[in-house]
Structure formats: structure tokens, C-alpha cells
Write a protein that binds this ligand. Structure first.
Ligand SMILES: [Fe+2]
Length: 430
């Protein structure tokens, strides 16, 4: 047997690092002392601003109370762009900062991880580090990642996602970089910071968690240390997402989803992702729609696509989603898992296909900052043949695609993309 054959598909597994973490209500109040303990003096805070809440102001106030100097970059956009990263790098260098704190969801954490890698390489463009472990200098400035959503898991993962705006404007490129050097120094997941997250955003981020957990559970990487975490995160999401969405001040719901976020990210950190994420990245690249929303729309279609190679795994998912699978075959239980996911999507009010997504929820920053530079004239989601083709091609080039449960080709993935854009969910329910 040749070496190349031995290496297919994924015989050698790798466990990637997690940061130290503090989880639970009130954890944010330990930020100042923890930052001092880590040697922070002049810190660059990176955030979208979280307008409409006082979260950033109260955290910055607390940091200053504990004697830290704070420089703020509050212009991180949804689906963070390379220019967000490089503007923050310039601010960091101008002010001779020595550390980073990101406050927000995946956009703030991801932009911050990219900025740290750029700083460690004398301000080189973040886009040079697309790929797997591209850092040449692993010594980044220290970073505390403070979550205000429950979806991304970026506070504990080795992944960050950036949109490269230097490519052809007609063909924007959103990429995932996986880099052990990008892992934060300390993660803070405090459910009380999640109370102000709006209803739609809570629901969509919850489906990011469901994608983070279900993709490694069925992935061809088949990484045993990820499987238990994946199932438990699915259980927590099925049990808590409705409460977190509709009763935003309910602590058990918010806390359950915070743990689900953290645990799911630890599952995919080494267990891999799949084409729920690849489709999500592609649609964001062309339309700047929210990552969690994209995952929610893609998830039922991708589960249906992958099911024939993983009925048993999807039957397990049905169980943890609360389905009584006694007396069912694996195929029946797997189909019940899909029905449970669609029920959850409908219960939390997520649009059922991309062409149903209202334009006022994309092509602009969701937090009231106006249209982002790249998408000022974005059209509505078209869903025509050319759109399906370009999204399918972007999916096939995504770093998450090789781990997908079922091998992907243009011919097999195109109908999945078409259904995400134009199909009815009821088609998937037998
Ligand atoms: Fe994600």
C-alpha cells in the first residue's frame, strides 16, 4: 500500500489546544484582576460596539478601575473583514499596546485572533495566514476573549474566519484559518452578558452551536474524544434554545446555551466541521448574512444529504434531542432527528430558505453601523443558476468541506445548495 493511500481518509488524529476558561454568572467581574495577573498594562479592546447595551462600557470601566489603560477598536463588522483586522493592528502598534481583549461574538473574537497573528508577524496582512497552522511566530500578544453570545465558540477554538476583500469584488472570499497559535489565553463565558442578545440573534447563534456539535459527530474525521462533547452539546441546545430565545432573562436557558457553545466548540476543535459551515461561509461571502442564520438554513439540508452514510449517528442525535427512539430502526430514528431539528428551527422563528431572508437582515452590519464597505450595493439573494454555481464552487474550496460526513463533488453538492436557496423544508420530511 502506498503512503498516500495509508493517509486516506483521516487515520492520524490531532488534538488541538483549548485556553483556560472561566464560566458562569459573574465571571466577567474577574476580568480586571485576571488581566493584571496575566501582565496586561495597555490593552486593545476589540468589539463591534454592542450598541444598544452597556456591556462594553461596563467592562471597560471595570478594566480602568483595576488600573489598566484601554484603547478601543469598536468597528468590527459582522463577518469580519480583513480591513477590520488591519485597522486594529495599526491602532495596537500606534498605541504600543501589550495585550488584547475581545468582547462580543465570533466576529470580535475572530478579528482579534487575526490581529494577534498579524502583530506577531510585524503587521503582515492577515490574509497571508489563511490555511492550517500558517503562523511562523507562535508568540502572540496575550488575549482574553469575553463572549456576549452563545454560538461561535471562538473564545475556546483554534479557528478564526475572515473575509478577504482584496480579491475580485465580484467574487469575495471568506476563509477559515485554523491555527494553534490563535488560541486565546483566557476565555470568559458569562451568561449574564448574554441577556441583551436580541431574539433573532439568539436563535441563529443557537443553530451555530447545533452545527458545531452535529458536524463533528458525523464527520469522516471520526475523532473519538469529540463524540461525547458533541452529543451533550446537542442535548443542551435542544433543551435550552427555546427558553434562551423567548425568555431572554431566564438564567438556566442562557447558561445552558453558554455551556452548549463552549462544549460544542471543543467538539469541533479537533473533530472537524462539514458543509453546513462551508455553505454558511459561501453565502456570507456573497451576501454578508449572519453566520448562525446561514447554518440554520443549511443544517436540515446537510443532515439529509449526509444521512445515508451515518444513520446510526443521526439516530443517536435523535435520542439526545428528546425523541423516544425505542422500537425505531436507525433510519426511522435518523429521520426523527431531522424532524426535531426542523421543529426547533421553526419554534425559534428562523427563515426556512435563503430567498426568504429579508434584505434588512443582511448587506449591513446588524448592530446599526450601516452598510459595510464591501456590501453597500449588495443585491437581494438571487437563488438563480449562476448564484447556485458560484456558491457551490466556494463550498468546494472551503477548509471545512474535506471533513464532511459524505464526500462532496460539484454534482452532489449543487442540489443541496439549490435547496438551501429555494427549496421547502417540508420536502425533507417524509
Ligand atoms: Fe460556526
Amino acid at each position: 500500500m502506498k503512503v498516500e493511500e495509508l493517509l486516506k481518509p483521516f487515520p492520524i488524529k490531532e488534538f488541538h489546544p483549548f485556553p483556560r476558561a472561566m464560566l458562569g454568572p459573574g465571571a466577567w467581574e474577574l476580568l480586571g484582576p485576571e488581566a493584571k495577573k496575566l501582565g496586561f498594562n495597555r490593552v486593545l479592546v476589540m468589539t463591534s460596539g454592542l450598541r444598544g447595551s452597556d456591556t462594553v462600557e461596563k467592562i471597560v470601566g471595570s478594566l480602568r478601575y483595576h488600573g489598566l489603560e484601554v484603547v478601543a477598536y469598536d468597528k468590527v463588522e459582522s463577518n469580519p473583514k480583513d480591513y477590520n483586522v488591519m485597522d486594529a493592528v495599526a491602532l495596537y502598534q500606534e498605541n504600543q499596546c501589550d495585550s488584547f481583549i475581545s468582547i462580543g461574538g465570533g466576529s470580535s473574537h475572530d478579528a482579534c485572533k487575526g490581529a494577534r497573528i498579524s502583530v506577531a508577524h510585524d503587521g503582515r496582512s492577515v490574509n497571508e495566514f489563511e490555511g492550517f497552522n500558517k503562523s511562523e511566530n507562535p508568540k502572540n500578544p496575550p488575549h482574553i476573549a469575553v463572549s456576549t453570545t452563545a454560538g461561535t465558540g471562538s473564545e475556546t477554538s483554534w479557528a478564526y474566519v475572515i473575509t478577504d476583500t482584496t480579491t475580485d469584488p465580484e467574487k469575495p472570499h471568506k476563509y477559515v484559518a485554523f491555527d494553534d497559535a490563535s488560541v486565546a489565553t483566557l476565555a470568559v463565558d458569562d451568561p449574564t452578558l448574554y441577556y441583551d442578545c436580541p431574539v433573532d440573534y439568539t436563535a441563529q447563534c443557537g443553530f451555530d452551536v447545533l452545527a458545531h456539535a452535529s458536524e463533528p459527530y458525523v464527520s469522516r474525521l471520526n475523532f473519538p474524544p469529540s463524540l461525547g462533547n458533541a452529543l451533550y452539546a446537542i442535548r443542551l441546545t435542544a433543551e435550552n434554545l427555546r427558553q434562551a430565545t423567548w425568555n431572554p432573562q431566564d438564567l438556566p436557558g442562557r447558561e445552558g446555551m453558554m455551556y452548549a457553545q463552549y462544549i460544542a466548540a471543543q467538539a469541533f476543535n479537533s473533530g472537524g466541521l462539514g458543509i453546513i459551515h462551508s455553505i454558511s461561509h459561501a453565502v456570507s461571502a456573497f451576501y454578508d448574512t449572519h453566520h448562525g442564520l446561514n447554518n440554520a438554513i443549511a443544517l436540515p439540508r446537510v443532515w439529509a444529504f449526509n444521512m445515508p452514510v451515518a444513520y446510526r449517528r443521526f439516530a443517536d442525535i435523535a435520542q439526545v434531542m428528546g425523541v423516544d427512539t425505542h422500537g425505531m430502526t436507525d433510519v426511522q430514528a435518523a429521520e426523527a432527528a431531522l424532524a426535531a431539528a426542523i421543529r426547533l428551527l421553526r419554534d425559534v422563528g428562523i427563515p426556512e430558505k435563503f430567498t426568504d431572508v429579508k434584505q434588512d437582515t443582511y448587506s449591513k452590519n446588524r448592530l446599526g453601523m450601516g452598510p459595510t464597505k464591501l456590501y453597500e450595493n449588495s443585491p437581494v439573494i438571487r437563488g438563480d443558476g449562476e448564484d447556485i454555481d458560484r456558491i457551490t464552487n466556494h463550498v468546494l474550496g472551503d477548509a471545512c468541506t474535506p471533513g464532511n460526513a459524505k464526500e462532496c463533488t460539484f454534482q452532489t453538492v449543487r442540489p443541496v445548495v439549490d435547496h438551501c436557496l429555494n427549496g421547502d423544508l417540508d420536502d425533507l420530511l417524509s
